[in-house]
Ligand binder design. Sequence first.
Ligand code: F6R
Length: 584
Amino acid sequence: MCGIIGYVGEKHPKEILINGLKRLEYRGYDSSGIALKNRSDIQIIKSKGKIKDLEEKVNILEIIESNIGIAHTRWATHGRANEVNAHPHKVGMVTLVHNGIIENASELKEKLSSVNFISETDTEVACALINKYYKGDALSAINKAISEIKGSYAFGILFDDNEKLYAVRKDSPLIVGIGENENFIASDIAAIIEYTNKYILLEEGEIAEITKDKVIVTKEGKVIEKQIIVTDISQDDSDKCGYNHYMEKEIMEEPAVLMKTLAPYLDDIDIIPDLSKYEEIHFVACGSAMYAGMIGKTLFEEYANLKCYVECASEYRYKKVIYDRKTLVILISQSGETADTIAAMRKAKENSIDTLAIVNVKTSTIARECDFKLFIEAGPEIAVATTKAYLLQVAILSLLAYRSSGGKDKSFIDDAKRLPGLLTDILNKKEVLKNIANEIANSKDAFFIGRGIDYAICLEGSLKLKEVAYTHSEAYQAGELKHGTISLIEKDVPVFAVISDENIKDKTISNIIEVKSRGAKIITVSNDEAILEGEFKIVVPKVSKLLQPILIVPTLQYIGYYVALLRGCDIDKPRNLAKSVTVE
Ligand code: F6R
């Protein structure tokens, strides 16, 4: 969701900024722009649509000499996706790119009545506000402006008569990349990884003043000593490495990241916290991360006898929550920057409730603010639709449930150790998955049915199909279908029936028969070779129930991927979606 990159150094910034924008594409955007500056001139080029459209424009124009610039990918919130609303914006002496939402933009705009605003954006208002206060002292102007701005922001700022790059953030990520005779700003390290692996994390309200060989960070006028972080992310992590799409690469990486995430705990299970001291657990997250929470809830209830609730963060943050002293709130987030999940975390903390994060990005807001954290080792996830990060969230929840049950399931550790190998075998035999994808590629609708933990798996399988392949798809508790939705089942509608839970297998089989007799095309997804009801079958090895979703979900992720490929969809950047939803 919106991306920022900025450069100051000895090189011309044009290519660095365009390359950075390409690396930020995965976050989701619908327009982009670039500003290049020298001592006397500033050139702003913007385009609606893809980065390649911006690049074409930049390539045919006469570009000014420059060694400082900022660039942006915009995901429209305030105002349509068009060239005028695209960033950078310029008002008076100030040129600016912005991620986030300025909540009091209308109020501020009224106070800036002398400005002739040309866009519909809140960003132009921020730009005008900084310009109003700019009398030659950039830091003072930024400080005055941010004291009046309400909402979330990461700003990259240039001033006409000054050769420095400025950055400031609140509730929206922004880092300062440290290079040799060059420095950067970026929404995440992936944008600049080909130039540096060192960066500074800006905290709320800190302002970075950046030249090619110096970064000075201040807060309310006081200089702050910052630690330089060295990332272990490599360029390979953010390249496609021979795959056509990040989504496929990331599915194929699942066995390796699973091993990396699980290994320390399987060597010493005691290092995973035992949550049995809590009386109630709230799993709070958005989208796929919430569906991982659904699996967590099922496992915790069954194995650890804990009362559990799953809530989507956008509801949880505003609803009345009746907390018990012995409640734990588990926040699940790949990015650690999802605005609603952050708000839910802060709500729990304000109520003095313990918070535990299951998170991928170690420097993210959620990772920094939660009381306790468990990291998944997914590495960068670039495809907008999550695959490997979701799977690792489920893996950590399985570990927690196992530990909190007092080690109830004796086969758990051995099965967990076998998991990466078993998953590799499944992913190496993709023909069966491709055949099924071919079979359903032209279907307008699809259904996923299952009970208990299988229903939680269905939710994720269904989401993958709709978000990347644009197939309308619904996940239903198998027994609930006949209370209304079964009226949508007609000849050849694909119904995926997930059956991994032995205890309720026969019940789901009855539901398969109900839809089959109405003409549905059944695809059974199971750990039991003997189930014969489906015309198509996906069979995975049987493992501990605590771990079974980890072998099933990747098959559904791959079907989503392959249907999207057959339908010619923009797999890594599905329409209207953003990778990290940093606004409400
Ligand atoms: C779907 C997907 C989203 C995310 C959700 C939460 O494929 O990726 O539903 O799971 O936006 O994002 P994080 O985990 O970054 O909080």
